[in-house]
Design a binder for this molecule. Structure first.
Ligand SMILES: [Mg+2]
Length: 470
């Protein structure tokens, strides 16, 4: 069945804290769960995904990493998770060193032939991990990648500053599936989930899970690390999407073609929430004889904001919506400005309202209502209800025909069109002397109202309605 979906989950740095500097969980003293990992994995259980543990364990079974040092903490982790109802359907462990360049080592897909052979909807599956190699693995498998970038006190991720030869790119691995995926070298066994063999380590849970190793004794000569990106965080506390995981989404990236995660998460709660809810985003394209509009929104701010309508002051106002609501907003509008501003502003409003409505989806978990009160020296009040019924009220008087290159009479029409496309109640009133401030106060107040109304309480899936539908 092609509808089987998988969460391929990294271990060290993702489920278990990765000890520094050894990067090996080779004793119980080094054993610790990443904060939130258990509850996050539990939240993801029962969503229809197979859970597959996929981990590189450098030189496992060699003198540098004896198997008996590994299996105790490994089994403790598995049994702890099992006690919470979290069970892996498969456990894939590569035991080679980076210098071996084996196709089984992540981001190679040599361990994943079962999932590449068909029967799995890999496009709907995820790789969850803390490194570039996990993101590359996802690309090689055709999955989506979620990168955990958080580093709580004490640090569980590799310290880039302490990494002598840190590299954001795994040489020769960007988006490339290693050619020799057939055959499983002795140093990189694929370990099935339920196997024979009882570990000798004291304190080990009796139900041993893995077989004995077949190490080669190869010594690590070139342990490779990847850097930890420094994700930006928007002012709502969400992390922006992959393109923003680079320091600046508007800067050319050093590796333009490098695969990117669909989410850079700071916590397991964010990962679980993202997978459970999916992305609250939408793109609407609207082409008529008068305008050609493309609007993309991400209610959780995971896309960078870019706005271009040909009207500078209008762009400035739309940027206020993005900045003060916390949404990611991209608008590309080419309108018949040679006629006047009307069609461009109207059609942007329609496309924006439609995109916001689509991105809200079922509206489960949202606050639904929003309002905002005085801004600056102007009084601007915006009342918003995303309940699905349309009602529009406008009480704003401009004393100038234009602010910059934008006609003030079009502000009412913009919000009325947006209201109808978004299918909301929208009541706007404002007072003020300076027309620039007045317009800006209205846009900021709307943005703040929108911010409140679309806010989604984590793990709240209730509808803010007794009717059962919004
Ligand atoms: Mg890791």
């Amino acid at each position: 069945m092609a509808d089987k979906k998988v969460l391929f989950i990294d271990r060290d740095g993702t489920i278990l804290v990765e000890p520094q500097p050894s990067e090996q969980v080779d004793s119980f003293e080094k054993f610790a769960f990443v904060p939130g990992a258990i509850s996050g994995l539990k939240a993801l259980s029962g969503l229809g995904y197979e859970l597959v543990l996929a981990t590189n364990q450098d030189g496992l079974g060699t003198p540098s990493f004896p198997y008996e040092d590994y299996i105790g903490p490994q089994n403790l982790m598995l049994e702890t998770l099992k006690g919470e109802g979290i069970v892996f359907s498969d456990i894939l462990v590569d035991r080679s060193f980076p210098s071996d360049n084996l196709p089984t080592r992540k981001p190679g897909v040599g361990m994943f032939s079962k999932y590449l052979a068909g029967g799995y909807d890999l496009a709907a599956s995820y790789v969850i991990g803390d490194r570039d190699t996990d993101v590359l693995l996802a690309a090689n498998l055709g999955c989506k990648a979620i990168r955990l970038v958080a580093a709580p006190a004490g640090g569980f991720a590799a310290d880039a500053a302490a990494t002598p030869s840190a590299s954001a790119v795994i040489p020769g691995a960007v988006g490339v599936i290693p050619s020799a995926v057939e055959g499983s070298p002795a140093a990189s066994d694929v370990i099935p989930s339920a196997v024979e063999g009882s570990p000798a380590a004291s304190g080990v849970i009796p139900s041993a899970v893995e077989e004995s190793p077949a190490g080669t004794g190869v010594q690590s000569a070139d342990i490779q690390k990847d850097t930890q990106n420094n994700p930006l965080q928007n002012d709502r506390g969400y992390n922006r999407q992959s393109s923003d995981c680079q320091v600046d989404a508007f800067q050319p990236r050093a590796v333009a073609e490098a695969p990117q995660p669909v989410l850079c998460a700071r916590s397991w709660a964010e990962i679980a929430e993202f997978i459970r809810l999916g992305s609250r985003s939408a793109t609407v394209k609207r082409t008529t004889g008068e305008t050609d509009i493309c609007v993309s929104v991400d209610l959780d701010g995971r896309i960078p904001t870019r706005i271009s309508t040909g009207l500078n002051f209008f762009d400035h106002m739309l940027d206020q919506i993005a900045r003060h609501s916390g949404i990611g907003l991209q608008i590309e509008a080419k309108g018949d400005l040679e006629v006047d501003e009307h069609h461009t502003m109207e059609d942007v409003a329609i496309a924006l309202g439609e995109a916001l409505r689509q991105a809200l989806g079922s509206k489960r978990g949202i606050e639904r209502y929003g309002f905002a009160l005085p801004m600056d020296e102007c009084e601007a009040m915006v009342l918003l209800d995303l309940g699905g019924r349309i009602d529009f009220a406008w009480d704003v008087t401009f004393t100038r025909e234009y602010v910059g290159d934008t006609p003030t009479e079009m502000f009412r029409h913009f919000y009325k069109s947006l209201c109808e496309a978004l299918q909301c109640n929208l009541h706007i009133s404002a007072r003020g002397e300076n027309n620039h401030h007045l317009a800006e106060a209205v846009f900021k107040a709307f943005a703040r109202a929108l911010r409140q109304a679309i806010y989604h309480q984590p793990f709240n899936y209730d509808l803010a309605s007794t009717k059962g539908v919004l």
